[in-house]
Ligand binder design. Structure first.
Ligand SMILES: C[S@@+](CC[C@H](N)C(=O)[O-])C[C@H]1O[C@@H](n2cnc3c(N)ncnc32)[C@H](O)[C@@H]1O
Length: 280
């Protein structure tokens, strides 16, 4: 691929998704885009870039962007965030939301669904104690093919072996031919939707918890700031933001403070200050 073509594709990906392709990723461009060439009967990358520049067909652009996203995910990824969800965040919210009995969670950048389904299973493990509560997991991604797979909830043996405890596999999945399918009670708590994190999420409503794990790492600092600012407007004042293990708000956004005695959990500073004022 020619240098100018690489630059054009990098710019397209950056403007559309915010994702900054690293030098190593540039090597992957050709391999990842090969299936797109085949799908659109294009002979080489010069033709691909030419078509992208000429066409108004949004499908080609969407397919190129999706081919270059990193959708790596697994069930109960890193385990600790899900343990903290069950042991710290849920107990807090079950008290704090007693009057509405309604908890809303956003899995932002949910990829093929393993994260929101893990959350749904973690909730179902507790739900018999709270039968009259409403739990909603709103799961979004920029990749429509990832969302389609997530909605189908159909995973290979290899995929379920990555992180899903055997008792959860038996309890929450059913085997159909060579695939494991997520059962309806797990699916029912989750609503999947396409959403680009570069857009203002105001219309999605307010959330008690936002999981946005292993997504911000792909953005440069300006975009991280923009997304963290959007999240601060979308979180309820006493809500929680959960980031990936290698991500932090430190040095990027002033809206958040790390939650004490917790890992990768952030609270809104404004709320923290109000609490301090109230107790002084
Ligand atoms: C590595 S996966 C993380 C999946 C999951 N959160 C986890 O930690 O296992 C990153 C996801 O972010 C999505 N993504 C990247 N840019 C995005 C954007 N601008 N808006 C929404 N999703 C985006 C990608 O499509 C991909 O599915």
């Amino acid at each position: 691929m020619k240098e100018l073509e690489i630059q054009y594709l990098n710019k397209l990906i950056l403007e559309t998704s915010g994702v900054l392709l690293t030098k190593e990723k540039a090597y992957l461009l050709e391999a990842r885009l090969q299936p797109v060439l085949q799908k659109y009967n294009l002979h080489n990358f010069t033709e691909l870039v030419g078509s992208l520049q000429k066409t108004k067909d949004t499908n080609l652009k969407r397919d190129v962007v999706e081919a270059l996203m990193t959708n790596e995910t697994l069930f109960f990824r890193d385990l600790n965030p899900f343990e903290q969800f069950t042991n710290i965040l849920l107990p807090y919210l079950l008290k704090a939301r007693e009057s509405t009995k309604h908890i809303r969670i956003w899995s932002a950048g949910c990829s093929t669904g393993q994260e929101p389904y893990s959350l749904s299973m973690a909730i179902l493990e507790q739900q018999q104690k709270y039968p009259d509560w409403k739990f909603e997991i709103f799961a979004t991604d920029i990749s429509t093919s990832a969302i389609e797979k997530a909605i189908a909830g159909s995973y290979s043996q290899f995929e379920v072996q990555r992180g899903l405890p055997i008792n959860h596999l038996i309890k929450y999945m059913q085997k159909e031919d060579q695939k494991w399918i997520v059962k309806d009670n797990v699916k029912n708590l989750v609503k999947f939707q396409y959403f680009n994190l570069l857009e203002n999420p105001i219309l999605l409503g307010k959330f008690d918890i936002i999981f946005c794990r292993n997504v911000l790492i792909y953005f440069d600092i300006d975009i991280k700031q923009k997304i963290l600012s959007y999240f601060s407007q979308t979180l309820k004042p006493d809500g929680f933001l959960i980031l990936g293990g290698s991500e932090s708000t430190f040095g990027i956004s002033d809206y958040y403070a790390p939650k004490e005695n917790a890992k990768s959990i952030y609270i809104l500073k404004q709320h923290e200050n109000q609490k301090k004022l109230a107790s002084s």
